[in-house]
Design a protein around this ligand. Structure first.
Ligand code: PRP
Ligand code: URA
Length: 206
C-alpha cells in the first residue's frame, strides 16, 4: 500500500522544504514537522494491549502499545526524522543504518549497521526522506527482513515514481507513507522537482 499524505500541514511544510533558499536550521525543523505527521498516519494500525491506570479520582481502563517498535534512520538524511519520531515515541529503539548511493552506479553501499542480534522488534519503521531509484530503501528493508523483523513500514518525505515502482516490485508487503510523489528522476538520479540533496541540505554540506 502506498499512502500519500493529504494533510494540509504536510503540503504547507513541503512548499518551504523544497525552497532552495531554505537554510539548514529551518530545513531540519520542517523535516521534523512533516515526519511526525507521517508517523501518526503510519502508526494507526499498531496493536494495543489493555491496561489499568489509577487516576487521582478512580481506576481507569486504558491501553498501551503491545509491540516493540524500532526506528531505522538511513544515514545521513534519515537522522532528522528519527530525532523527531523519538519525541513522538520515546520508548522506541533506534537502529542506525549507514547507506550511501554510489554516484556512478546509483546503487546503495552499506557502511554501518548497528542492529543488535537479539533486537526483539515487532515493527521497524525505515526512515529516509528521499525515495529516488528505491535502491537504498529496498536494501534497508532487505537487511531488516534478513534480521528477522516481522513487519517493516517505510516513511519518506518525497518519492519518485521510479522509486515507488521499485519498492512495490521488491517488497510488495511493505507499506509506504509518503509526503509527495514527484514527476521523475533526472539523469543524475535526483528527484524532479524534489528538494535537492536531503543530507546536504539538512547538515549544511552543500
Ligand atoms: C540519499 C537519500 C537516500 C538515497 C535515495 O542518500 O537520503 O538514502 O539517496 O536514493 P535511492 O532511492 O536512489 O537509493 P545519499 O546517498 O545522498 O547519502 P547521504 O544521506 O549520506 O547524503
Ligand atoms: N537523494 C537525495 O537526497 N535527493 C534526491 O533527489 C535523490 C536522492
Amino acid at each position: 500500500m502506498i499512502h500519500v499524505c493529504q494533510h494540509p500541514l504536510v503540503q504547507h511544510h513541503l512548499a518551504a522544504l523544497r525552497d532552495a533558499a531554505t537554510p539548514p536550521q529551518l530545513f531540519r525543523h520542517l523535516i521534523s514537522e512533516i515526519s511526525q505527521i507521517l508517523f501518526y498516519e503510519a502508526t494507526r494500525d499498531l496493536k494495543l494491549k489493555p491496561s489499568t491506570v489509577t487516576t487521582p479520582v478512580a481506576e481507569c481502563a486504558s491501553a498501551t502499545l503491545a509491540e516493540v517498535i524500532g526506528l531505522v534512520p538511513v544515514l545521513r538524511a534519515g537522522l532528522g526524522m528519527a530525532n523527531a519520531l523519538l519525541e513522538a515515541l520515546p520508548t522506541a529503539s533506534v537502529w542506525h543504518l549507514g547507506l550511501y548511493r554510489d554516484h556512478q552506479t546509483l546503487k546503495p553501499v552499506t557502511y554501518y549497521n548497528k542492529l543488535p542480534a537479539n533486537h526483539g522488534l515487532d515493527v521497524a519503521f525505515v526512515l529516509d526522506p528521499m525515495l529516488a531509484t528505491g535502491g537504498s530503501a529496498n536494501e534497508a528493508i532487505r537487511i531488516l527482513k534478513a534480521a528477522g523483523v516481522p513487519r517493516v513500514i517505510f516513511i519518506g518525505v518525497i518519492a519518485a515514481p521510479e522509486g515507488v515502482q521499485a519498492l512495490r516490485a521488491t517488497h510488495p508487503d511493505v507499506p509506504a507513507f509518503l509526503g509527495a510523489i514527484d514527476s521523475h528522476l533526472n539523469e543524475r538520479g535526483y528527484i524532479v522537482p524534489g528538494l535537492g540533496d536531503a543530507g546536504d541540505r539538512q547538515f549544511g554540506t552543500v
